[in-house]
Write a protein that binds this ligand. Structure first.
Ligand code: FSX
Ligand code: SF4
Ligand code: F3S
Length: 385
């Protein structure tokens, strides 16, 4: 970064420091974290800092339908004191049914005003599935069906974002037999929209998408399902902290068993990480003292982001392994405790060089970790990152 950019970024940080009462350091950390989430480098972080400070906050109209409000909760109940402040400072939340003070006619007037004053420029965020059966009568606000309101609001929006699995593809309310015809936003509008699935979704993915819009004037690249590639381009299993246990054949077989307490792989408890595309394993969320995610808490991934898996496949059915197969044989149980059996020792002895040494050390370290008593909610591998 050259000196001029550094000075501009410094001025941006100072302005935000005054406005939000957060430290310059926290603001810069936010910009760096967002740039990292988006897969951008240091220059991306600087561009974000400038854009967040300088840009006119985009008007956001946030609609709620069939859901639990977990998406909003996940955004606003973050432990980091800065996250919700930054969200509310980065966007102008002009209509949000569960957060706004206004009610009834006042609330409807706020929505209409925001739409008129920001015609063609506002961002429409939809949370929750939209019931389409029987003329959409299963969800009405101010006498209008959710279908009609979404179509009305989307008509003049600069961008439409479906947040959560419900709005992305129907989510939990669309579970068979789907009595209300719960559908995603794209289905209702008949055109693709950006989707941030997850139940609830990772708030950093939403924030990074909005910041991308703010910084570059466009939405990030998406896959055919409308999911930003920076967040949903890789399978969870590829970067899971328990992956070494999967590869070594160390599994939890029941909740609370020895393997579960030691932080072994949750595949046999039904973890859908091997068939689910998301960045949960790399960008933690659901702050409980530190960034976290379901598998780190000791629960198998249920594939909540993935249509056809989350709320469809039984939670404890084993996942389909995409693009990989498990090892043909596994070490015996005694070898899992850090001891080397005859067969493994013979195999190791046959391997020469630094690579073999590194592998042996990794195996040994995992064994030692596994041998220590641990609580079920703190997997061994997480501490080794
Ligand atoms: Fe809940 Fe949102 Fe799940 Fe759905 O998140 S956390 S039911 S995805 O729409 O509020
Ligand atoms: Fe893969 Fe799940 Fe095991 Fe992690 S816990 S390695 S995502 S199967
Ligand atoms: Fe959902 Fe699995 Fe991530 S349950 S939050 S996709 S780890």
């Amino acid at each position: 970064m050259d000196e001029r950019v550094l000075a501009e970024v410094g001025a941006a940080a100072q302005a935000v420091e005054r406005r939000l009462g957060i430290s310059r350091r926290e603001f810069m950390q936010f910009c760096a974290a967002t740039a990292t989430t988006l897969g951008l480098g240091a220059s991306g972080s600087a561009a974000i800092a400038q854009a967040v400070q300088a840009a006119r906050r985009p008007s956001v109209i946030w609609l709620h339908y069939q859901e639990c409000t977990g998406c909003s909760e996940s955004l606003l109940r973050a432990e980091h004191p800065t996250l919700e402040k930054l969200i509310l400072d980065t966007i102008s939340l002009d209509y949000h049914e569960t957060l706004m003070v206004a009610a009834g006619h006042q609330a409807e007037a706020a929505r209409k005003t925001a739409m008129q004053q920001n015609k063609g420029q506002y961002v429409l965020v939809v949370e929750g599935a939209i019931p389409t059966k029987d003329g959409g009568i299963y969800c009405k606000v101010a006498g209008h069906t959710a279908v009609d309101i979404v179509r009305e609001c989307a008509a003049d929006a600069a961008a439409v974002i479906a947040i959560g699995s419900c709005a992305s593809w129907g989510g939990m309310p669309s579970t068979d037999p789907n009595p209300t015809g719960a559908s995603g936003v794209a289905q209702v509008l008949g055109k693709p929209v950006v989707t941030i699935p997850g139940c609830p979704p990772n708030p950093y993915n939403f924030l990074a998408t909005v910041v991308h819009f703010l910084t570059f004037g466009s939405l990030p690249a998406v896959d055919p399902l409308g999911r930003p590639l920076f967040a949903y381009g890789r399978i969870i299993h590829e970067h899971c902290e328990r992956r070494a246990h999967f590869d070594a054949g160390r599994f939890a077989h029941a909740f609370g068993d020895e393997g579960h307490r030691k932080g072994y792989c949750l595949y046999k408890l039904g973890c859908k990480g091997p068939e689910t595309y998301a960045n949960c394993s790399t960008i933690g969320f659901g702050d409980v003292g530190e960034s976290n995610w379901p598998v780190a808490c000791g629960h198998p991934c249920i594939g909540c982001v993935e249509q056809g898996i989350g709320f469809t496949k039984p939670i404890h059915a084993t996942a389909q392994l995409k693009g990989m197969s498990p090892p043909a044989s596994y070490p015996k149980v005694v070898e899992q405790q850090g001891q080397t059996g005859f067969a493994a020792a013979a195999a190791l002895a046959a391997i020469a060089g630094a690579a073999a040494g590194a592998t042996a050390m990794l195996t040994k370290n995992l064994g030692q970790r596994a041998a220590q008593p641990r609580s079920a909610d703190k997997p061994a591998a997480r501490e080794e990152r």
